[in-house]
Design a protein around this ligand. Sequence first.
Ligand SMILES: [Zn+2]
Length: 316
Amino acid sequence: MATTSFTKKSLGLETTEPAVTPPPASTTTTSFTKKPKLGAAKSKKREIPEGLWTKCPKCSTMVFDKELDENLKVCPRCQYHFPIVARERIHSLVETCTFEEMNADITSVDILKFTGVASYTNKLADYQKSTGLKDAVITGLCKIGEHRAALGVMDFTFLGGSMGSVVGEKLTRLIEKATEKGLPVIIISTSGGARMYEGMFSLMQMAKTCGALAYHAQAKLPYISVLTHPTTAGVMASYASVGDLIIAEPGAMIGFAGPRVIKDTTQAELPPGFQTAEFLLDHGLIDAIVSRKDMKQQLTEYLSFMTEARKAAVAG
Ligand SMILES: [Zn+2]
């Protein structure tokens, strides 16, 4: 009974409320404009500032960007390897101040006058501006541990790490320099394949780079190919897969054609983990999986081992 009477009372109050004379219009406006302003200021304070945290796509942990950088862009919780640009990669591998960049200013020519959604010339200019690179690879001579080496590092942020005439030419010159100086070659790949904007000129780079590697091999010099996520198509079908030693980062996608194309062509169910570094290690295509944090140490050890082996081969 008491509850019913209370409800009735409150209902009664509600109905009488609209009858109250509203305050003057000007006062209402002021109070309304003031309130949202205060609210907006409060919500801004609560927001997490952008660019300080990154969500790991594998384990969904929010990782502090500074921590991620210190950890070479590897998730500290699940070891997911985030993409890394070429300059950061070089910095993580070579001894301080030993990297002498080669052919830094070679740029592509839009020989086919290719025009799609945007012209190739415009695309090149845009990517050069956004990445600060001239093309998708940085090459140079350096020191890793106590070893002098020729190092080429691809960058996926420049047109998907695609291999055009500049990537092919810079790597070829690097390999030829290594052959001339008797140095090992290390190429760290990440690529979507040949650069279609350059048509046949990009496909020719596959043969050119492999030709230079053949001369390097004849001189009994070691070549280590490092495959990072993703390494596919024309790059995988040429220099990336002909290393004396082929190593990969954990979880890297490695292959020639994409899984959908293979599935459609073969009409077969693809096995789980198909085209991952782990799957390819099990099936013998690659020799080892090395995490980014161990990469420098491992490369140094491999170089020590292979250089000793070369000395023995040359002496023998
Ligand atoms: Zn993670």
